[in-house]
Design a protein around this ligand. Structure first.
Ligand SMILES: [Zn+2]
Length: 435
């Protein structure tokens, strides 16, 4: 029983206790009786919500177990309030066959959150020949992406979209024109010139966003834009949506919170792909979250072991951890006033982090899954209890991830998942993983 919280889901907000029995929500009512023998989770001052769903998690297994495993990544996710993550396919080998997809799914079967798998669009993510998308779709794969790179060849992307449309699956694009981005280590702009570091122009992303919007129009297939980072990318998506095209988009917590000025110390912890952009981009992305242009916040959790990440800015791989800090970073960026904007309601923030991503990934009820709520009798008990006022200091050594590359080390954040319940099992209680 989860007692004394405010239940927030797509349907609204109400003060209620939530009784869970046999993995299913049995009762949602204020002042519910405590069932005999029940475990009581205190939710005083907290929000009780459908579990968070991450569209974009790098679990690194198979092949990158020194950085993360399905088990450690899933534990980090549960501690962050997530009850489901979509594992990106840029593993070694990549998820371009049923065998590798099945391997990741079986590793995720006993994890502390649901592990869904995204499949590669092309064999070896090399952008040439289509992966066996039909075979992968038959295993339940609903998102396909070559994430890490975008599909460069427009004819290959068109064929992939035509194929995806027939299968009813979504292509998720890492928008980056490789030739234009080549050799860049940060955003190309005032800071890259000042620091003398080769940059990636915003146009490297925006060209592919514009191209894929045209392909969505041509094929009628669904396109999801991964980790958009610029104001013009958001504007392109807004225009495509106004036209009625089937496109969705996500941003990361770090692109809502940090700018390229963070690179002033050449610290590779701030090196990500797409790179941190300007303050104007951050403001535009926050506004795009508020007005519905952006559908989801996704972590792009990208663990790297210290021996690889603690290198020069040029040599270090891009990416930062995100699962355990996402909620606090997003609450600070969107859920509090501070720069003249109206803060987003808890319901609006949770829409971006729970039921909207669950819908895009096909993990909600409409997609045959059990994520994203609503919190009502008979619904599967995938829940998180969020204490929006809890303050905590990020200690990289205490994160569940195998890697330590967080830009928030030593910083005090506000907002934390207090309890996480996966199909009725309390996998996180009072901020502690139960297994
Ligand atoms: Zn990417």
């Amino acid at each position: 029983m989860i007692r004394g919280g405010t239940v927030v889901d797509a349907g609204g907000e109400r003060v209620a206790d939530v009784v869970v029995r046999a993995g299913v929500v049995a009762e949602v009512a204020p002042g519910a009786d405590v069932p005999v023998g029940a475990t009581v989770l205190d939710a005083g001052g907290c929000v009780v919500a459908p579990g968070l769903v991450d569209l974009h998690t790098h679990l690194r297994q198979p092949g990158g177990e020194d950085a993360e495993t399905v088990e450690t990544g899933a534990r980090a996710a549960a501690l962050g309030g997530f009850t489901a993550v979509v594992a990106m396919p840029n593993t070694d080998p990549p998820v371009d066959s049923a065998a590798v997809a099945l391997e990741v799914l079986s590793l995720g079967a006993g994890a502390t959150c649901q592990v869904a798998v995204a499949g590669a669009i092309t064999m070896g993510r090399s952008g040439e020949h289509l992966a066996p998308m039909g075979e992968l779709a038959a295993l339940g794969v609903r998102l396909f992406t070559d994430d890490g790179t975008g599909v460069q060849d427009v004819a290959v992307m068109r064929r992939a979209l035509e194929y995806a449309r027939g299968l009813g699956v979504t292509l998720a694009q890492h928008c980056e024109d490789a030739a234009l981005a080549c050799g860049g280590h940060m955003h190309e702009g005032e800071w890259s010139s000042r620091l003398g570091v080769p940059g990636v122009p915003a146009e490297a992303e925006e060209l592919m966003v514009a191209r894929d919007i045209a392909l969505a129009r041509l094929t009628g297939a669904r396109v999801h834009f991964l980790h958009l980072s610029t104001a013009r990318s958001a504007a392109l998506v807004a225009a495509a949506k106004a036209e009625g095209l089937p496109v969705t988009a996500e941003v990361t917590p770090h692109h809502l919170a940090l700018t390229d000025a963070e690179l002033a110390g050449y610290d590779p912890v701030f090196k990500v792909n797409p790179p941190l952009r300007t303050g104007a981009d951050v403001e535009a992305l926050r506004a795009a979250c508020a007005c519905g242009t952006i559908d989801a916040v996704a972590t792009d959790h990208a663990p790297h072991p210290p021996e690889r990440k603690d290198a020069t800015l040029e040599a270090a791989p891009p990416g930062m951890l995100g699962l355990q800090t996402a909620l606090a970073v997003v609450l600070a960026a969107l859920g509090t006033a501070g720069d003249g904007r109206a803060p987003l309601s808890p319901q609006a923030v949770l829409a971006l982090m729970s039921w909207q991503p669950a819908h895009i990934a096909g993990l909600d009820r409409a997609g045959g899954g059990d994520q994203g709520g609503p919190v009502e009798p008979g619904a599967p008990a995938n829940l998180c209890v969020i204490d929006p006022a809890a303050t905590w200091e990020v200690d990289p050594a205490r994160l569940a991830s195998r890697s330590r590359n967080t830009p928030w080390a030593g910083r005090v954040l506000t907002g934390r998942a207090r309890h996480t319940v996966l199909r009725g099992e309390p996998v996180v209680v009072d901020g502690e993983a139960q297994r």
